[in-house]
Design a binder for this molecule. Structure first.
Ligand code: ADP
Ligand code: MG
Length: 634
């Protein structure tokens, strides 16, 4: 008796979506069904490796396609692992991915050794984009009985016992009738099916077979598929995995198609890296730098790693050991005859071959990125937008252990034209008398630009790097210098911008204003470390700089951290522009009306804080003092 069941709610929704889909690439259903068949073949392959009682001929694992025009059916069958009744219900009745997941979990219990390709995409339900009815006949390796699943769509499905000799799964798609908008007949044409297999499933490593078209394929030819004797079987896919083919035989489009198909991306990769190494370390690697940031890239959900193959046979998904965190955005695979099929995650961690390969990949990824930076600026800047943050984290991570590897890849915005530049470019453009790499951190490029401290530096013809991401300054701190040029914040410590004459001039002026500064310092108390004349200001009267050590931007970042406890503060130094008329005013106040100096000192200090984007300690007080100043003035 056939049991009628309902699809799980989510599945039903997906299914309805499929049935009414106006998606223009409906043909992908074939890829999905073939991919499922291929997964099922992988599964039985591994099962038979694990369990001696399963006797299969591993060389006979195939996917078979047949067309019956009269009955409008397209049939895809495999001699893979099959499904038990429960699996039928669970895997096809509930949403995609559950099957592979469950299988993975079951295997994990037995041993940790095998991982199954997690397929995404639309999966089995995509069959309903082109089928009015789908029948699945399957016999599991784990059960004697065979079962038949039938469904015409979202109304539910039935499962019944059936007859089937061979272990495996047969999927029969009853193809929809053509209508005004859509042509479905094409899926009953063998030439179309062949070209779809080529297009989407060429690298599937099991033969995808179909009966060969006979020359005069019309009526009088045998249509009876059970009589195989006279009919020739044709293998449609080349089976050679793309990465094992000679580079000369692969077009860019092949690479892109492969990438999109295998890694479920809609966009072409930004870079394809194909390595084929022979010798004592022999391997092929096919790596891709995605063209966009995966939506979950900056979450825990995203797993880094490359697929592992041995001579074209899939071993493991996401071998983490092959990629440092700094390059975790790279997708791809590595194939080496030296990997054993039964290699475990534990062994991998200590595998020397693997480490050696990982280090080659790393160098190659870097050199490819560098050449992209030199040859295709636009592409590199897009890459940087997508994954630059990860590179910067990479520099900061592990106490700067990967600094050397990554420092050439970093871009910052330059004060010169507000464009991104690399450190190498910065150093190359440095005037001869410039000894340090200037930078300033701020919330935005506009704010960095507006900082009073940046004006004179820029005027002197020096470029300033504007650091606008929270992490930037930490990165600079870890790097410390680049090509022996130390980094120097323009609002921190001393800036060595003056020549000897200018220095002695400042010295003199400082002497003259000494008492004034002592009084200001007294008024401000512990809020400032020092009050002095500035050598970095041009048009602004005052600015705040920090002593060496913690900077203002770091102070802000640390203040945002939960649990910061005792807030760390940068040491503040109030600097006054010696060329600004304000200095004379201050001196006048100091000598003639010293009782006013306290308030004016605070007004100056608070202004300086505001320009740095730092909070004012006493906004009410600030406002009162300002009001009083206006009253006094008018
Ligand atoms: P996914 O492949 O992402 O898991 P699908 O919707 O394509 O999602 O398939 C759902 C599940 O159905 C698979 O995970 C698998 O367990 C099962 N399945 C589908 N096709 C086959 C098949 N030909 N042989 C065995 N199991 C299959
Ligand atoms: Mg699938």
């Amino acid at each position: 008796m056939a049991e009628t069941m309902q699809f799980q709610a989510e599945s039903k929704r997906l299914l309805e979506l499929m049935i009414h889909s106006i998606y223009t690439h409906k043909e992908i259903f074939l890829r999905e069904l073939i991919s499922n068949a291929s997964d099922a073949l992988d599964k039985i392959y591994f099962f038979s490796l694990e369990d001696d009682s399963i006797l299969i001929d591993r060389t006979k694992l195939t996917i078979n396609i047949s067309i019956d025009k009269e009955n409008r059916t397209l049939t895809i069958s495999d001699n893979g692992i099959g499904m038990t009744k429960e699996e039928l219900r669970d895997n096809l009745g509930t949403i995609a991915k559950s099957g592979s997941l469950a299988f993975k979990q079951a295997l994990a219990k037995a041993s940790d050794e095998i991982d199954i390709i997690g397929q995404f995409g639309v999966g089995f339900y995509s069959a309903f984009m082109v089928s009015q009815h789908v029948t699945v006949i399957t016999k599991s390796v784990k059960e004697e009985a065979a079962y038949r699943f039938e469904s015409s769509g979202s109304d539910g499905f039935t499962i019944d016992e059936d007859q089937k000799d061979e272990i495996g799964t047969t999927i029969i798609c009853k193809i929809k009738e053509n209508n005004e908008d859509e042509n479905y007949d094409e899926f009953l044409e063998s030439y179309r099916i062949k070209s779809l297999v080529k297009q989407y499933s060429d690298y599937i490593r099991y033969p995808i077979q179909m009966l060969k078209d006979t020359d005069n394929e019309d009526e009088n030819e045998e249509t009876d598929n059970t009589d195989d004797t006279k009919q020739e079987i044709e293998t449609l896919n080349s089976m050679t995995p793309l990465w094992r083919k000679s580079k000369a035989d692969i077009t860019e489009e092949d690479y892109h198609k492969f990438y999109k198909d295998k890694f479920h991306d809609w966009e072409d990769p930004a870079k394809v890296i194909h390595m084929q190494a022979e010798g004592n370390l022999s391997y092929q690697a096919l790596l891709f730098i995605p063209g966009k940031t995966p939506f979950n890239f900056y979450s825990n959900e995203y797993e880094k790693g490359l697929q592992l193959y041995s001579k074209g046979v899939f071993i493991m998904e996401k071998a983490k050991e092959l990629l440092g965190d700094h390059f975790r955005f790279v997708r791809g695979l590595v194939d080496s005859p030296d990997f054993s099929l039964n290699i475990s995650r534990e062994i991998l961690q200590h595998d020397r071959q693997l480490k050696a390969i990982a280090s080659r990949l790393e160098k190659k990824i870097k050199s490819e990125l560098l050449s992209m930076l030199k040859m295709d600026r636009e592409a590199y800047e897009k890459f940087w937008k997508n994954f630059g943050m990860q590179i910067k984290y990479g520099i900061y991570q592990d106490f700067g252990a990967h600094r050397e590897l990554l420092e050439d890849l970093v871009l910052f915005t330059s004060s010169r034209d507000k464009k991104l530049i690399s450190l190498e470019e910065y150093v190359a453009r440095m005037p001869e008398d410039q000894k340090e790499i200037y930078f300033v951190a701020g919330d935005s490029i506009e704010k960095c630009e507006a900082l009073p401290q940046s004006e004179l530096v820029r005027d002197k013809g020096y470029e300033i790097l504007y650091l606008v991401d929270d992490i930037d300054e930490f990165v600079i701190q870890i790097m410390h210098m680049y090509k022996e040029k130390p980094f120097k914040s323009i609002n921190q410590g001393d800036l060595d911008l003056l020549n000897e004459d200018e220095k002695s001039e400042i010295q003199k002026k400082s002497e003259e204003s000494k008492d004034l500064f002592v009084s200001i310092k007294e008024a401000l108390g512990d809020s400032v470390e020092d009050v002095r004349l500035s050598t970095r200001l041009k048009s602004h009267p005052v600015c705040l700089v920090s002593a060496e050590g913690l900077s203002f931007e770091m102070e802000k970042v640390l203040a945002q951290m939960p649990d910061a406890g005792e807030k760390m503060k940068a040491k503040r130094i109030l600097e006054i522009n010696p060329e600004h008329p304000l200095l004379q005013t201050l001196r006048r106040v100091h000598s003639a009306r010293p009782e006013k100096l306290h308030d004016i000192a605070w007004l100056l200090y608070d202004q300086a804080c505001l320009m740095e984007g730092l909070p004012i300690e006493d906004p009410m007080g600030f406002s009162k003092k300002l009001a009083q100043l206006m009253i006094d003035a008018f």
